[in-house]
Design a protein around this ligand. Sequence first.
Ligand SMILES: Nc1ncnc2c1ncn2[C@@H]1O[C@H](COP(=O)(O)OP(=O)(O)OP(=O)(O)O)[C@@H](O)[C@H]1O
Ligand SMILES: Nc1nc2c(c(=O)[nH]1)N=C(CO)CN2
Length: 177
Amino acid sequence: MTAARPLTRAILALGSNLGERRGTLSAAVGDLVDRPEVRLVDVSPVVSTKPVGGPAGQPDFLNMVIAVDTTLDPHGLLAHCQAVELAHHREREVRWGARTLDVDIISYGDVHSTDPDLTLPHPRAGERAFVLYPWALMDPNATLDGRPVPELAAAAADMPGIGLAELEVPGGNVSPA
Ligand SMILES: Nc1ncnc2c1ncn2[C@@H]1O[C@H](COP(=O)(O)OP(=O)(O)OP(=O)(O)O)[C@@H](O)[C@H]1O
Ligand SMILES: Nc1nc2c(c(=O)[nH]1)N=C(CO)CN2
């Protein structure tokens, strides 16, 4: 008999700038936690953000983050996130191009990895207000590599393009475990 993996806290970032963005984010949160190995711990507000990088003329994004506790290993969690992207018709054509749904793993416990298929923490998270700002709203005490997320958010270059999209969030805020 194999021992069950311990629960690990992971931070996932979701973004959508094509289609019915709010409905997609809401459904994706449901899909991400619709298996016994993944439990929803916390949900950020949804923010409206200007596209950073990628082709010009893209629509604005809605972005949010969630915290989950999971018994999946890091690659199992990545495969699950990618399956949820595919279920929402995510296509990979242009780097940083418009997409119905993007799900990135921002952190997985305190695991560090330089594997290009799964770099942890996410290599660009510390500069991205579209990740840091909703994360700081969800958890003002959060840290990324030992640095306070609210400070990183305030310093992020894409901050001026950001605003709260709505305070009603998919799934509603749930209490930390
Ligand atoms: N922490 C991570 N979370 C999600 N994907 C990752 C991570 N680290 C590496 N990857 C790899 O990045 C690849 C490209 O992912 P994706 O198409 O979502 O990139 P992107 O969202 O366009 O850009 P970015 O990586 O800058 O967010 C994935 O196939 C995945 O294997
Ligand atoms: N505003 C915004 N810009 C982006 C986003 C995103 O989610 N929001 N995702 C990207 C690649 O992951 C690249 N640029």
